[in-house]
Design a protein around this ligand. Structure first.
Ligand code: ADP
Ligand code: GLC
Length: 470
């Protein structure tokens, strides 16, 4: 099969969060399964583009109402990624030094239009167009209803919802940035009086999936305004759990960590990596090390960290290391904590891919008290690195972590509240003291298979069923 992914992010080209990891891995594993999988994404002004050569394969123009933009499709000459990647280059619009800005409606609409314009010229059309999140949410509508893309009408489209909090809303005043269609279909673009690309995709895509089964269920009660729509469309929706790319996330081969290890050498491997991280961040090696890696946003529960950390650190039984950035008030409170608590708390405020690998390898426990977590990849990486996850029972966290008290291997709490997080960490500290059990559990974690080899099959089954309908 020939599957074409459209996405705003793809690792290692442009990464803000887990979306990039998924789009950098799923096409690779589809290709390894004998299929042709390609990605089309925007060309940003990021370091990856300076280091690689591209071949121009198409050029065209897009009229965004009052402004005409030239665009170029460029393909990666030799893809070391394991699949083909094509870029939409729109000078003056898409080529910024960040993936997202405060208002991206023109940027991503232009991206989607340019991609479809180019695909229309292909002699052999793809079997499936797979869209990821609202940045590509207008694609299913435009393929079905915009005159310009008539040729793509019978290709099945699929939407993966990685995060329904963000929907790409823009006002109907800006509706002219979508090319001509029969106005009787305008309702398909609308949700609550504005153009809502995520809602449009849920309505128009042939199939919709979320990145875990539990998140699919939760969305019917909590989807930032789209609850009733998701309930209405439930027959075409399903949850497919993400995988992890074991070519990138494998402590045995990972070039970004201090010492490689496998399940049988996890004791010495983690000890060496913990020592390395603790030395780097001036933390004591003898205390259990709890880490957080991620965006400092409300969904991740990060607003509670200052209070949680302060309470835990006052007992002097653990140390904490955080890697992330986001909400300025949280960052500020964490900086104050860092000044006050030198010795058992430290952080790096910012984004650092290499450091994230080193922390998964060096920490004893990983904290994920998320309020909302569609899948979560961090807990899957932590399992692969023998680091015990401490999660709130929500979305993909609920689907992938089982509490030790229930015969499982991690720590699970029900609410995203300071007291519950603190109590769960205390439970983990007590567990840490039982050394032989800890080491055995680490080996168990490392044996859990969340590889894309398996997860990709679930997507393939959906693609096959869609192809049969077309
Ligand atoms: P989300 O996509 O909601 O941010 P995920 O758990 O799916 O959450 O994926 C987050 C990804 O981003 C993981 O690969 C994680 O290691 C990475 N990541 C998040 N914050 C940082 C950071 N500050 N530095 C390095 N990597 C980060
Ligand atoms: C989103 C979600 C995260 C998920 C990722 C990849 O960013 O917040 O939970 O793991 O997408 O699907």
């Amino acid at each position: 099969m020939n599957i074409l992914h459209l996405s705003a992010e793809c690792y290692p080209i442009a990464k803000v969060g887990g979306l990039a990891d998924v789009v950098g891995a799923l096409p690779k594993y589809l290709t390894l399964n004998g299929h042709k999988a390609q990605v089309i994404m925007p060309r940003y002004q990021l370091p990856f583009f300076l280091k690689h050569k591209f071949r121009e394969v198409y050029s065209g123009q897009i009229d965004l109402g009052d402004q005409l933009y030239d665009f170029y499709i460029q393909s990666l000459s030799e893809s070391e990624l394991g699949f083909e990647v094509h870029f939409v280059h729109i000078p003056g619009l898409l080529d910024l030094d960040s993936v997202y800005t405060h208002d991206d409606s023109h940027r991503f609409t232009a991206f989607q239009r340019a991609a479809l314009q180019w695909i229309c010229t292909w002699s052999q059309l793809p079997d499936i167009l797979h869209c990821h999140d609202h940045h590509t949410g207008l694609v299913p509508f435009m393929m079905s209803y915009c005159h310009e893309f008539e040729r793509l009408k019978s290709i099945p489209s699929m939407l993966s919802i990685h995060n329904a909090q963000y929907q790409g809303w823009f006002s109907h005043d800006q509706g002219h940035i979508i090319p001509d269609f029969d106005r009787k279909y305008i309702g398909l673009l609308d949700w609550d009086g504005v153009i809502n690309p995520l809602a449009a995709a849920i309505k128009c895509a042939w199939k919709v999936n979320t990145v875990s089964p539990s998140y699919m269920e939760e969305l019917q009660n909590n989807a930032n305004g789209l609850e009733s729509l998701l309930f209405h469309e439930r027959e075409k929706c399903l949850g497919i759990l993400n995988g992890i790319d074991t070519q990138v996330w494998n402590p045995m081969t990972d070039p970004l960590i201090h010492k490689n290890y496998k399940a049988t050498s996890v004791f010495s491997g983690k000890k060496a990596n913990k020592k390395y991280v603790c030395n780097k961040f001036n933390l004591p090696v003898e205390l259990p090390l709890f880490a957080f890696i991620g965006r400092l946003v409300y969904e991740k529960g990060s607003d509670l960290f200052p209070a949680v950390f302060e309470s835990l650190l006052s007992r002097k039984q653990c140390s904490i290391l955080l890697l992330g950035s986001g909400d300025p008030a949280t960052e500020q409170a964490l900086r104050q904590l860092q000044e006050k608590d030198l010795g058992t708390y430290n952080h790096y405020i910012g984004y650092d891919e290499q450091l994230s690998h080193q922390i998964y390898a060096g920490a004893d426990f990983l904290l994920m008290p998320s309020r909302v977590e569609p899948c979560g990849l961090n807990q899957l990486y932590s399992l692969a690195y023998g680091t015990i996850p401490i999660v709130r029972a929500t979305g993909g966290l609920k689907d992938t972590v089982v509490d030790i008290a229930a015969g499982g291997f991690g720590f699970v709490h029900q609410q995203c509240e300071v007291d519950e997080i603190v109590q769960t960490v205390e439970r983990a500290i007590a567990y840490y003291q039982q050394d032989p059990k800890m080491q055995k559990n680490r080996q168990r974690l490392m044996g859990i298979d969340h590889s894309w080899e398996n997860a990709a099959t679930n997507y393939l089954n959906v693609y096959e069923s869609l192809k049969a309908l077309s």
